[in-house]
Each structure stands twice: as structure tokens, then as C-alpha cells.
Design a protein around this ligand. Structure first.
Ligand code: FES
Ligand code: FE2
Length: 400
């Protein structure tokens, strides 16, 4: 079969031996003690995607994000100087959540309980009858969280003094994210779903093509076909802890007439918006731990999988656009793109949950990844390295 696929560069022997070929333990995909360690070792120490900068374009804009994996609610603001700031959404008096709306625009945030008021820099500006307290006002600013953006994607780090800047963390991916259509987006379509499955199991579904011909016999026709029945990508890239793949396109996909119409319109608008021509149009960027982005100008797409528990997650799928949908054709092209994404996703969802139910039984001690599931294995390795290091720290008393 390899001989029929001259364009495909398989995983090299060196990569396979570096990344491994052995069965992978099943416990990390359902056990709550492993999940608790991941929360500390991965999610409290990594830069995490929480949105896009187009959600808060003007000074005074804010968004609130719930991160169940850290029991945290975050308030992200754009201050008077236009700089991004992020805080725990917890009043420093007695902890009340300060903001209940998911987004908005204002210069000050007043706690509903006793009316302490903070500005968009997180500073406590006013607190009624403050003379009766036993603490200095300057010590009562909102608790900060690190925030930064790259290519329009908004990231936070729960460590207010992260070990690496966002750019250092992203490594070679940083420059590439800035050239993607999503970097220029001013708006997006969004689809949020909850799923009864571990975050890695959910995420893995979207980083292997092995299932395409079985789960997506029609909708997967663009990325697999008789020349490449298992949809092998053209190449993989490993940029620890991140990874990439270059997706293969079927030169003769079977496209229905109405799909031609939607794709034609989508292409026309993508060209008008200057989004076509990127070398990265077929690139898939997996940003550790839980974000991936597709560079396609027709469907500049991101998917972030937020852990809720060991066996429950929430996915946020977005397709990014430049400008408003100012005519019926543009509206149609955008609705169609998101409709197609939802269609494909609905085919994935049941099989991901069925996989979780099988694992939850504890019947399997190990699972198996083949060569073309190397991105799944790489994610497991990156997570497990951090979990084992964290557990070793705990044993030597280095972590609290
Ligand atoms: S808890 Fe916020 S002002 Fe009292
Ligand atoms: Fe799928």
C-alpha cells in the first residue's frame, strides 16, 4: 500500500522509536486520580486557549471563562490602554464571583455583595466603610492570571509568573499561527458541546484519520479516497509538547451540487478577504494540551476540549471570519461551513462516548496506537511526562 502513496512520508523509524510503539495504559483515560494529577501537572502549568482577541476588541471589553479543570472562573479584560489583563473572578473581600455575565463592556466591576469596586486593571478602587477593615487596600487587588495572545488566539496561564512566555511555549508554532486566517478574524461561528468522555479520548478522535472511512464514509471524502483509503497525512511534525500534520486532500472528492455552490461561495469570499494562498492551508496545529487549529482559508477552524472530570468534557468549535455576513451569499457560505462541521462532529460523538463506556469498565489494561495514530501517542507521552514529574515532586515534597 505504501508504494501506491508516493506523496506520503511515513513516520520515520527514529520518530517511532523516540515516540514509542508499546501499548499505552488505559487508566489515564478514565481514572480520577490520574485526572487530578493532570489538572495540577498540565492544566495549572500550561498556556491554555480560552478564546480569541476579537471577543474583546475595545478598551473596557471583558469576557468570563469557566475552567472546571481548575475550579476557576476567569475575568479577562482589555484595560484603558488596550492591554489584555486576566484575573480570578473572585472578589478579594469574601470570594464572591464578581461578574456573572459571559461578556460585556465596562470600566469598573462592582461586587454584588458589599459593593467593593475594581477597575479593569484589577485594582480595588472603592470599598464602603473601608476604615473598619484591618488590611491595606493595596493588598486587595484581584488575583492575577497570566494572559497573552498569538495569531488572535487568546491564552491564559494560571501561574501568574509562568515558566515560559507564550511565544517561548509555542516555539516554532508561534510564527505560523500569526499567518493563519484566524489571526485576522473579526468574528466567528461557534458550536459548544458536552460529551461523556475523557478530554484526551475526545481530542484523540480529531488527531487520527484511521476512523474516517468507517465513521465518515460521506463527509470524510475530501481527506480520504481510493488513492489514500486511510487518509494518511502528507507528513507529521513534532515540536514538543505540540505537534502538526499536513492533511492530504482527495484530488477527486465526490461533491454534491449544493456543496459545490456552498464551497464556491466560500472560496469567493475567502479570496475577497485575502485569506487564500497561505502555505498553511492544509496544516493542522495541535497546541498542547487541548487546542487544535486548521489553517484552511475556507474553514479556519479551532477546537478546544476543556476537561470537566475524568470522563466528561466540553468542546468549543469555532470557524473564524473576517467582517460581518453582509449579504445572503456570505451568510449561506458561513452557515454551510458550520453546518458541515456539526454534521461531521455528530458522526464522531457517539463513537467517542462508546469508547469511554468501554474503558470505564476497567476491562482493558492497555490500548494500542498504530503508526498513523502517532499524534495520539505523542499527546499521551507529553501528558504522562508531566504527570510523572509532578508525582515525583509530590513524593519529594516539592509540590504543594
Ligand atoms: S464579597 Fe465582594 S464585597 Fe463582600
Ligand atoms: Fe471524525
Amino acid at each position: 500500500m505504501t508504494a501506491e502513496l508516493p506523496v506520503f512520508e511515513p513516520v520515520t523509524k527514529e520518530e517511532a522509536s523516540r515516540i514509542g510503539t508499546a501499548p499505552v495504559p488505559a487508566g489515564p483515560y478514565y481514572q480520577s486520580d490520574y485526572f487530578d494529577a493532570e489538572c495540577e501537572a498540565v492544566f495549572r502549568r500550561s498556556w491554555l486557549n480560552v478564546g480569541h482577541t476579537c471577543e474583546l476588541p475595545e478598551p473596557g471589553d471583558y469576557i468570563v471563562r469557566e475552567l472546571e479543570v481548575a475550579n476557576a472562573s476567569l475575568l479577562i479584560t482589555r484595560n484603558r490602554d488596550g492591554l489584555l489583563k486576566a484575573f480570578h473572578n473572585a472578589c478579594t473581600h469574601r470570594g464572591t464571583q464578581l461578574v456573572s455575565e459571559p461578556c460585556g463592556r465596562r470600566q469598573v466591576f462592582s461586587c454584588p455583595y458589599h459593593m467593593w469596586t475594581f477597575n479593569s486593571d484589577g485594582e480595588l478602587r472603592n470599598a464602603p466603610d473601608f476604615d473598619q477593615f484591618y488590611v491595606d487596600k493595596a493588598e486587595l487587588n484581584l488575583k492575577p492570571v497570566a494572559v497573552d495572545s498569538c495569531g488572535g488566539m487568546l491564552f491564559i496561564n494560571l501561574n501568574p509568573n509562568p515558566a515560559q512566555s507564550l511565544r517561548d511555549y509555542l516555539g516554532p508554532l508561534a510564527d505560523q499561527l500569526e499567518t493563519l486566517p484566524s489571526a485576522r478574524a473579526t468574528t466567528f461561528s461557534e458550536y459548544v458541546y458536552e460529551i461523556d468522555a475523557n478530554w484526551k479520548l475526545t481530542y484523540d478522535n480529531f488527531q487520527e484519520n484511521y476512523h474516517l472511512r468507517f465513521i465518515h464514509p460521506k463527509t470524510g471524502a475530501a481527506t480520504s479516497g481510493k488513492d489514500n483509503p486511510f487518509g494518511y497525512p502528507l507528513r507529521y511534525g513534532f515540536h514538543d509538547p505540540h505537534r502538526t500534520q499536513t492533511i492530504w486532500s482527495n484530488p477527486q472528492p465526490q461533491i454534491q451540487p449544493f456543496q459545490m455552490l456552498a464551497f464556491g461561495k466560500g472560496m469567493q469570499f475567502a479570496m475577497q478577504d485575502g485569506l487564500v494562498g497561505s502555505e498553511q492551508s492544509k496544516e493542522y496545529y495541535a497546541v498542547f494540551p487541548n487546542l487544535f487549529i486548521l489553517g484552511s482559508p475556507m474553514q479556519p477552524f479551532s477546537h478546544t476540549v476543556y476537561p470537566i472530570s475524568a470522563t466528561k468534557s466540553r468542546g468549543v468549535i469555532r470557524i473564524y471570519w473576517v467582517g460581518e455576513d453582509d449579504c445572503a451569499s456570505r451568510r449561506f457560505a458561513r452557515e454551510y461551513a458550520m453546518g458541515l462541521a456539526r454534521d461531521i462532529h455528530s458522526e464522531d460523538r457517539a463513537v467517542i462516548e462508546a469508547g469511554q463506556r468501554g474503558l470505564n469498565s476497567g476491562a482493558l489494561t492497555h490500548i494500542h496506537f498504530q503508526a498513523q495514530e502517532v499524534l495520539c501517542r505523542h499527546l499521551f507521552n507529553m501528558v504522562d511526562e508531566r504527570v510523572q514529574a509532578y508525582r515525583a515532586e509530590r513524593q519529594t515534597g516539592g509540590a504543594q
